[in-house]
Design a protein around this ligand. Structure first.
Ligand SMILES: [Fe+2]
Length: 306
C-alpha cells in the first residue's frame, strides 16, 4: 500500500471545450493550458491543473491522486501489477501510474507535475465572531463576479459494488475511514468517507467518498473556496448566468462543510465548499445509519437535492 497525499485532478470528456471552459471560469477556475484536444484548468493553489476535459462524448473518466514520492509510483506499480511509471505527455509533465478501479474508472497516481505561482485570493476578510474579533479597522467590501476556487478537495463516486471498491481504494492508496454508514446491521457498511493518511498532519474529512448507487457514476467533484462570502457570491454569479443548480446552500453534518452544488453544461455535479472538518491519523471513525450520510445542520435539506 502507498499513502496518497491528496486528490490532484479530475478528468472528463466533453464535445465542446469552449463551453466547458466558459462554465469553469464562471465557477471559479482559470485556464492553465489548452491543446487541440484538451483543456486544463487550475485553481488558486500551485497545482498546474485540477480539472481536465478531453474532447469527446460527455463522460467522467476518473481522478488522480498525488503520490508522496517518485518511489511510491514504483511501489504502486509493483504491488498493483501494473506497468512502471510513465512520463505524462500533457501540459505540466510529471510522471504517473495508471490503474483502473473495479468499475473501470481511471485512477492516476502522479508525482512531479510542474507547480505554478499561486493566484492571489480576493475577497479575503477575517471574520468577527461573537466571541472572537479577528478583523479590526478593516471594512468588508466584496467584489461580485466569479469567485475563486482555491483547490480541488474531494471526489464522490457511485460504485456498483461498495465492498469491492472500498477494498480497492483502501488497499492501494492508504485511505482512512472518517465516517462510515451502515444499512440494517451495523456491520453492513455500505458507504465510506475516506481521508488521506498524512500521519499527524490534519487533512480534509474526506478526499474520496464511495457511495452504493449500484452503478458507476460521478457523484460530484468539490472545490474549496475562501469562506461563506465566496459560497454566496458564487451562488449569485452562477444563478445570474443561468446555470443549473443542484443543492444548497447548507451545512453538512458529516464533514461539516458549508456547501453549494451546481451542474456543469454536461450534467456533472460540481460543488463549492468551505470550512470543513480537519482530521488526522488519531481521529476516530464515526459510524452512522445510511440515511444520515447527507444530513444537514442548517440550510437546504437533502430532500431538495437534484
Ligand atoms: Fe462534497
Amino acid at each position: 500500500m502507498i499513502k496518497v497525499t491528496d486528490v490532484a485532478y479530475a478528468r472528463f470528456r466533453a464535445p465542446d471545450l469552449d463551453k466547458m471552459e466558459g462554465f469553469l471560469k464562471d465557477f471559479g477556475l482559470e485556464r492553465s493550458a489548452r491543446t487541440d484536444n484538451a483543456l486544463y484548468m487550475r485553481a488558486c493553489g500551485t497545482s498546474h491543473h485540477v480539472h481536465i476535459t478531453e474532447l469527446g462524448e460527455p463522460a467522467f473518466v476518473g481522478m488522480a491522486f498525488h503520490a508522496a514520492s517518485e518511489d511510491d509510483l514504483h511501489n504502486l506499480s509493483g504491488f498493483a501489477a501494473t506497468a512502471s511509471p510513465k512520463e505524462i505527455k500533457e501540459p505540466g509533465g510529471g510522471k504517473r501510474v495508471q490503474v483502473t478501479d473495479p468499475d473501470g474508472f481511471l485512477v492516476e497516481v502522479v508525482y512531479g507535475i510542474e507547480e505554478l505561482e499561486p493566484i492571489t485570493v480576493r475577497n479575503s476578510f477575517r471574520p468577527n465572531s461573537g466571541t472572537a474579533y479577528e478583523r479590526k479597522g478593516v471594512f468588508v467590501r466584496l467584489e461580485k463576479g466569479p469567485i475563486q476556487c482555491l483547490r480541488l478537495g474531494h471526489v464522490v463516486i457511485g460504485v456498483s459494488n461498495f465492498k469491492k471498491s472500498n477494498d480497492f481504494y483502501k488497499s492501494h492508496f492508504g485511505f482512512l475511514d472518517s465516517d462510515i454508514c451502515y444499512e440494517g446491521d451495523e456491520n453492513n457498511i455500505v458507504l465510506a468517507f475516506n481521508r488521506v493518511n498524512r500521519g499527524k498532519d490534519f487533512v480534509d474529512h474526506h478526499t474520496l467518498l464511495t457511495a452504493p448507487t449500484g452503478k458507476p457514476e460521478l457523484g460530484h467533484i468539490a472545490f474549496e473556496v475562501e469562506d461563506i462570502n465566496a459560497i454566496h457570491l458564487g451562488h449569485e454569479h452562477l444563478q445570474s448566468k443561468g446555470y443549473e443548480h443542484s443543492w444548497g446552500v447548507g451545512r453538512h453534518i458529516l464533514g461539516a462543510q458549508i456547501f453549494d452544488y451546481w451542474f456543469d453544461p454536461y450534467g456533472n455535479r460540481v460543488e463549492h465548499w468551505t470550512d470543513g472538518d480537519l482530521l488526522n491519523e488519531d481521529s476516530p471513525t464515526g459510524v452512522h445509519p445510511y440515511g444520515a450520510r447527507f444530513s444537514t445542520q442548517w440550510g437546504v435539506t437533502e430532500s431538495s437535492r437534484r
